[in-house]
Design a protein around this ligand. Structure first.
Ligand code: SF4
Length: 694
């Protein structure tokens, strides 16, 4: 027998001798934010499926999360608090009680904070996208302490800033209407692997006669299934977008009325775009001229036409400019007039999350702590105290993140984490590369074991995650851990007593009907079908801002332009190959790498390399190769493949270092340079050389 559990679960619900099904939400850093149904048998989760009642999920999950029960009961799951018993990074720990762990942590944090609370730094990202187990109680704790603030830039902040400077917020067309589009540019996204539910919509459009165009340096699984693939060089997307504009202008494929009514800065953008004839862009992008002119014709003459942009293409020096240039294209042709036209990078700006009520920055009082950029944690851990930087980092509390594996230039990150004087606490499900360097590891609950509220960066529904099972072992929720630490540190403000359901309600306030969330698991936001058909962009001017006065006021170019990569490889250089590091299909950032069945599919760390580049180096598929530059050396297996264009290699990630062939991963090679906007890392702006190892 099955039934849908619509009520808050009590402990004894789990012990009943029948199957229950509990509604939840996928917590992972994926645009789709699927609605889950977990089937529970006598307190044990036996199956995790997509909720068929949630239209965006349509009952379908990706392979990764279909294995969520396997991940939850994985034999390596952390079940008790652990205290370091060997040298830093040795991975040697001994079990301790929760009281001993929390007392020990509170004692050390208090001692450090009594000298200068800014020496304590939280480090977290999207290990869960949940607002409550993310920055709910954690942010309250660190604000009350007066710890350094964290600039959470590691994934999306260049694109987010660029979109905000152009459209006014992280907003766009509604994802469901891609199914009605006649032309879809899938730009910087391997949707088959990392935006599965959008891909289903694109397939539907294709069945209705739409043309799908993939723009990506890599011949991805998505490119395989599109009619057209433009394999441009990494970091040249803005040049392509400007050349498309050039063609729209010279052929007059423009919606003059939409431009006049709903945009600003057109005269200046027109002048800029006319400097980018297709021949110039073809040189920069490494594309045939005809591919650019054909694409411009398609974009200029097809309605409805849409762009699904994703974050891969903004991980280069000019990532912000590239997003701005691309985000101008729909306004030029009036694509926004149609509900199946426009652009979507992120829908997250549509959600009215009450972050201040949830995270309580008011607990800082008059204090204004410094901000540490998570993308330069390697350098910052090694930086001495100074009047400009402030105190040396003395304590790191890591939750929902695995920086030793995912932060750039990991040689320096490891060196920093290995400091014997650094006090490190890691809240985790597994003993990750980062947990190896902890002084204390605290076992955290998974999505099946706690409450949370989720929003999406693709669809426009709010989801509630209900706990399906009791915490496994002695795992505790992130919120509970920070509550317990707050109590030990004497933080007695009433907000530290809020339970998780209260935090869920706080996150959304009156913006969604909580009873409906409890009953159905999701609530749709009232976003219009064609939100910018009549303009009304959430910019100060209400227009799509081709020219950004705010960027100009910051001393930056007010118009989008092509900004060359920091590391543009030249054939005669020491490092003549460009490396990008897209996700391996069965991993999601560094999550799932330890799930045996998924790792078995990926087998081992791979470098895709074009046959010409392989031949020139005497490399065959299956050879162990070293990929290297001045920052380090990474060993993996070569795969000679037409997925790579000549001059570009793909280090598929993100493997845990401890599963790597020489104890490293691709981030041994990436740099700590930052993007033009949003202070983000440039993972795909990385020059390397490759040779056979040994
Ligand atoms: S990772 Fe993405 S596609 Fe997979 S279940 Fe989660 S939200 Fe859905």
């Amino acid at each position: 027998m099955t039934d849908f559990n619509a009520e808050p679960l009590q402990a004894d619900t789990h012990a009943q001798g029948h199957l229950t099904q509990v509604r939840g939400a996928c917590p992972h850093d994926c645009p789709d934010t699927c609605a889950l149904i977990t089937t529970v048998d006598k307190g044990r989760a036996i199956k995790v499926q997509g909720n068929p009642a949630h239209k965006a999920t349509d009952g379908v999950l990706c392979t990764k999360v279909s294995r969520y029960a396997e991940r939850t009961y994985h034999p390596d799951r952390l079940l008790t608090p652990l205290k370091r018993s060997g040298p830093k990074g040795s991975g040697q720990f001994e079990p301790v009680s929760w009281d001993d762990a929390l007392d020990g942590i509170a004692y050390r944090l208090q001692a450090i904070a009594s000298q200068n609370p800014e020496a304590v730094v939280p480090y977290s990202y999207a290990g869960t996208m949940g607002h409550v187990q993310g920055e709910g109680m954690a942010a309250r704790f660190f604000h009350r302490l007066g710890a350094s603030l964290l600039d959470r830039t590691i994934c999306a902040s260049a694109g987010a800033e660029a979109l905000t400077q152009t459209l006014g917020n992280k907003v766009g067309m509604k994802v469901e209407f891609f199914a009605e589009s006649q032309l879809i540019l899938i730009w910087g996204s391997n949707s088959v692997g990392s935006n599965l539910h959008f891909w289903r919509l694109a397939q539907e459009a294709k069945r209705q006669g739409a043309k799908l165009v993939c723009i990506d340096p890599r011949k991805t699984e998505t490119a395989d299934k599109c009619q057209v693939h433009l394999a441009l060089r990494p970091g040249t997307d803005a040049a392509l977008a400007l050349a498309l504009m050039h063609e729209l202008i010279v052929h007059d494929w423009l919606d003059h009325d939409y431009i006049a009514q709903h945009t600003s800065g057109w005269a200046a953008l027109r002048e800029r775009a006319l400097q980018w004839p297709p021949e110039r862009a073809a040189q920069v992008c490494g594309l045939p001229v005809a591919q650019i002119t054909d694409l411009a014709r398609d974009w200029g003459t097809t309605q409805p036409a849409s762009i699904r942009l994703n974050y891969g293409m903004q991980r280069v020096r000019g990532g912000g400019n590239a997003v701005r240039a691309i985000a101008c294209l729909p306004a030029l042709t009036g694509a926004w007039r149609h509900r199946a036209g426009g652009l979507l990078l992120s829908s997250s700006g549509h959600f009215p999350v009450r972050r201040a009520a949830l995270q309580r920055p008011d607990l800082l009082g008059a204090r204004q702590p410094r901000t540490i950029n998570m993308s330069t944690i390697g350098d910052d851990l090694l930086r001495p105290a100074s009047p400009v930087f402030g105190p040396t980092l003395q304590a790191l509390v890591v939750y929902n993140s695995n920086p030793v594996a995912v932060a750039p230039e990991s040689g320096k990150v490891v060196q920093g984490f290995a400091r014997e004087d650094l006090f490190t606490v890691v809240l985790e499900h597994f003993q990750t590369d980062t947990a190896d360097y902890a002084d204390y590891i605290l076992p955290a609950t998974t999505q099946l074991e706690h409450w949370d509220i989720h929003t999406s960066y693709s669809h426009t529904d709010i989801l509630l995650n209900q706990p399906a099972i009791a915490p496994v072992g002695q795992a505790r929720t992130n919120t509970d851990i920070f509550r317990a630490l707050a109590a030990r540190m004497g933080f007695n403000e009433p907000c530290f007593a809020d339970d998780d359901l209260t935090l869920c309600r706080t996150a959304i306030g009156n913006e969604a009907d909580f009873a409906q969330l409890l009953e159905h698991g999701f609530v749709s936001l009232p976003v219009p079908d064609a939100p910018f058909a009549q303009g009304g962009f959430p910019t100060a001017s209400g227009r799509c801002e081709f020219f950004s006065t705010r960027l100009a006021a910051m001393g930056q170019d007010g118009l989008p332009d092509h900004v060359a990569n920091y590391e543009v490889p030249i054939a005669t250089d020491r490092y003549p190959l460009a490396m990008i590091s897209p996700p391996a299909r069965n991993f999601l950032n560094s999550t799932f790498v330890n799930v045996t069945s998924l790792r078995a599919v990926e087998v081992e760390p791979l470098l895709e390399i074009h046959a010409d580049d392989a031949l020139a180096r005497g490399i065959a598929s299956g050879d162990v190769v070293k990929v290297f530059n001045d920052r380090g050396e990474y060993h993996c297996k070569a795969k000679v493949s037409d997925r790579a264009r000549p001059g570009v290699v793909h280090g598929l990630g993100i493997w845990w270092r401890k599963f790597g062939l020489n104890g490293t991963n691709v981030n041994q090679l990436t740099s700590q340079h930052l993007t033009d906007m949003g202070r983000a890392p440039v993972f795909y702006d990385c020059a390397v050389q490759v040779a056979r190892a040994g």
